[in-house]
Write a protein of this length. Structure first.
Length: 115
């Protein structure tokens, strides 16, 4: 069933050759930069969240696994929930100062507090 996933093939012109096998291009993950080279911005967001405030950490360059590891570390240290996906870490509540301080402790010297 996974080989017949039509959403991955949208916009593809089909061949009349019965032996043709479609192969999707492989997605490349960028290598994770060292913490002192990461330029992270810690900002507050209220949009589309029912009035709730969340702290967003943007600008992470690296693999999804490293992003999730950093997100888990920040969530545990702050004692709150959140998520890490699509190159962004979301932490519940207004914790901009605390998250910025934690990032500096972890070696992310170029992390800055946004709005």
């Amino acid at each position: 069933m996974a080989e017949n996933d039509w959403k991955k093939r949208l916009g593809v012109v089909y061949s009349t050759n019965p032996d043709f096998q479609y192969s999707a291009p492989a997605e490349e993950e960028t290598a994770t930069l060292s913490p002192d080279r990461q330029r992270l911005i810690v900002a507050l967001d209220r949009r589309n969240r029912g009035g709730k405030q969340v702290t967003l950490v943007r600008g992470f360059t690296g693999t999804e696994e490293d992003l999730k590891t950093l997100g888990k570390t920040l969530k545990v240290k702050c004692g709150v929930g959140g998520t890490a996906k699509d190159g962004e870490i979301t932490i519940q509540g207004d914790l901009r100062d605390k998250v910025t301080a934690l990032l500096h402790e972890l070696g992310y010297t170029r992390a800055k507090r946004g709005n």
